[in-house]
Design a protein around this ligand. Structure first.
Ligand SMILES: [Zn+2]
Length: 302
């Protein structure tokens, strides 16, 4: 099946997508995915240097969250192909910083990987500085013909009944810092829930906490800690609301910068989360076996 044909098919599949207004959130959001308690769930955080690339798989459904730096693209594409991932249902580009979208154009341009849909915040053009990075990404989006999805709080996407994505943020439209525009997305994979935060900021966390419908969805089993565990994010109130069993940090490789993570790691420790970071653990893989979440780490490869 060539890429164009695949895209037409996914257009039909995404008829199942439920994109709803925030006011109807409560009554509709629980109707989609049946509970499955023997899921084949895999979450992989690649062991990059302070850059996000995360792959979520359940059944035959694949969601990719960010793609590392441009310099990581070879490793990212190589990992996907080594895992025989030739099809991505939804690519999430949390925000247009190099450590998140840098490698995404190479994935979109890769002939042997079909990407069906792109979920990324609709940021006003004048908020994004013109750069080779952004131009390459935008061109790859155009060239690939990938379907762009709405990324407004309350949008819900049921992907093949395997993974349900719910957009929780960004709520605000007034951020001078692109990190504040980060897509915050909850993924429900059977009975496992994961919160992807990009590099969101404390002001957005406050908005999510103050919105009752959004706040009710923050409690998740696994948290991708925002902004590489820097204190621009991860207020104690937000971490308490999430109350994650497992916290995953895409950390800096430089030990001299480790102190930048200490405050947030202290909060997570106080809350009893099991903490993994890419500097110490390398590639991190979470799976679900017999109802339990297992975490495996692989330091020698990305
Ligand atoms: Zn980042």
């Amino acid at each position: 099946m060539n890429k164009q044909t695949t895209k037409r098919v996914i257009t039909l599949l995404l008829v199942a997508v439920i994109s709803i207004g925030i006011w109807f959130f409560e009554q509709k959001s629980t109707t989609d995915v049946p509970k499955v308690f023997s899921s084949e769930f895999t979450l992989t955080v690649l062991g990059l240097d302070k850059a996000d690339c995360i792959i979520l798989q359940r059944g035959n459904t694949v969601v990719l969250i960010d793609g590392g730096e441009s310099s990581d693209a070879g490793d990212v594409v190589g990992f996907l192909l080594a895992q025989k991932i030739t099809h991505i249902d939804v690519m999430i580009a949390t925000h247009p910083h190099s450590d998140h979208i840098g490698g995404l154009d190479d994935i979109l341009n890769e002939e042997s990987i079909a990407v069906d849909a792109l979920l990324t915040p609709d940021i006003p053009e004048d908020e994004i500085a013109d750069s080779v990075l952004v131009r390459n990404f935008n061109q790859a989006v155009i060239d690939s013909g990938v379907q762009k999805l709405s990324c407004e709080p309350g949008d819900v996407y049921d992907i093949n009944g395997d993974i349900k994505l719910t957009v929780l943020g960004p709520i605000g439209k007034d951020h001078s810092d692109l990190n504040g525009w980060s897509a915050v997305v909850r993924a429900d994979c059977g009975d496992v829930s994961v919160l992807f935060t990009g590099d969101t900021i404390v002001a957005e966390e406050e908005r999510m906490l103050q919105n009752p419908q959004i706040a009710a969805l923050l409690d998740c089993d696994i948290l991708k800690v925002a902004h590489h565990a820097s204190t621009t994010s991860s207020s104690m109130n937000f971490l308490k609301a999430v109350s994650a069993e497992i916290a995953l940090i895409t950390a800096r490789a430089d030990a001299d910068d480790e102190y930048l993570m200490e405050t947030v790691i202290g909060r997570l420790t106080e809350l009893g989360s099991k903490i993994y970071d890419t500097r110490h653990n390398g590639r991190i893989t979470c799976t679900q076996n017999d109802g339990h979440l297992d975490v495996n780490t692989q330091k020698t490869e990305k």
